[in-house]
Design a protein around this ligand. Structure first.
Ligand code: CO
Ligand code: ZN
Length: 335
């Protein structure tokens, strides 16, 4: 089970450059869905149909984003140093000392100009150094517009694992595992591995319009409040799958939220309630599609989000798989 997580988290795939991660996921899911397609924004849409649809069968879209945060080369100076634009949300202090990799395998690190005070730290004082001797040599490896992501490996500490891009590859793995478990679904499932979530839910927005689902669910990571002097949040590692009530982009549809709670209670799946003050998920885009789609979110509490060292607890991961499986087969007729 952790091998899939390792494979997905170590793969390259910042927003807008999801080709490698999409190919890996495609080969994982090909056997477990009836058909799949890639749309114009690069979303991978996998369909699983019931063999005998009933009057209760609904069209359900479940989305996990496959993109990760990264950077784009913005300007290369005469000495070969690369200024960058951020792809997704970063804080400057998390970049110091980190390495990045471009799609062609070129590695660089974040260098820092001389600062008068640590408070002066911001992206404009930083650059990517790939060790080029001049602009010409740099251009042989990196062009303006090329996208890079963090370099990190998957570290297995037993119950808890550490890696880059657990946001949201952990949930890509959860969706794949759930698809494997649901052999003959009661609903018509559109499992979407979406693109460009970190740039504002762009992939899920067009995927939802194209699919036109009756029910929506996103699977994503969320914060955790259980670290020293951490933010006041209900979510803790190891307390179960988080059922979202609200984040800054969406209030969960009450019917979906209550259904998730009752499924977790009936099947004794550990869960915790979630309100996330800052941040959002694909559910916010799905919910506002066309005439509106009742939508909710299952989350995995994660420490140190949007850094190369994110951490989750495997019991929350497993609870999220179980809850996703129940949701795939749920009766939505009372929503
Ligand atoms: Co994110
Ligand atoms: Zn995410």
């Amino acid at each position: 089970m952790k091998e899939l997580l390792r494979k997905l988290t170590e793969a390259f795939g910042p927003s807008g450059a999801e080709r490698e991660i999409r190919d890996i996921i495609s080969s994982e899911v090909a056997k477990f869905c009836d058909d799949f397609r890639v749309d114009s924004l690069g979303n991978l849409i996998c369909v699983k149909r019931p063999s005998k649809p009933t009057s209760k069968t609904k069209k359900v879209m479940i989305s996990a984003h496959m993109d990760e945060i990264g950077f784009a080369a913005m300007h290369i100076d005469d000495k070969g140093f690369i200024r960058f634009s951020n792809v997704g949300g970063h804080r400057p202090h998390t970049l110091v000392g980190q390495k990045v990799v471009f799609e062609n395998g070129t590695i660089g690190y974040f260098g820092l100009e001389k600062l008068d005070s640590p408070n002066d730290l911001n992206f404009s004082k930083m650059y990517i150094d790939i060790g080029a001797k001049n602009k010409e040599e740099a251009l042989k490896k990196v062009k303006v517009g090329d996208i890079c992501g963090y370099v990190s490996y998957f570290y297995d500490n037993g119950d808890r694992v550490i890696s880059k891009s657990l946001d949201d590859r952990a949930c890509c793995a959860i969706l794949i595992e759930a698809m494997k478990k649901v052999k003959n679904p009661k609903n018509e499932l559109y499992c979407v591995f979406s693109t460009q979530e970190e740039l504002g839910l762009r992939g899920a927005r067009v995927a939802a319009y194209g699919i036109d689902p009756e029910i929506g669910l996103s699977l994503d990571v969320t914060g955790a409040g259980d670290t020293p002097n951490g933010p006041p949040m209900n979510m803790e590692l190891g307390k179960g799958a988080a059922i979202k009530a609200k984040d800054s982009g969406a209030v969960a549809h009450p019917g979906i939220k209550d259904l998730l709670i009752s499924l977790a209670e009936k099947k004794e799946i550990p869960y915790q309630m979630e309100v996330l003050d800052g941040g959002s998920t694909d559910a916010a885009a799905i919910q506002l599609t066309r005439m509106g789609v009742p939508s909710g979110t299952i989350s995995v509490p994660t420490r140190n989000l949007h850094t190369p060292s994110e951490m989750i607890d495997m019991s929350d991961y497993e609870a999220a798989i179980e809850l996703t499986v129940e949701f795939m087969n749920a009766d939505f007729s009372k929503i």
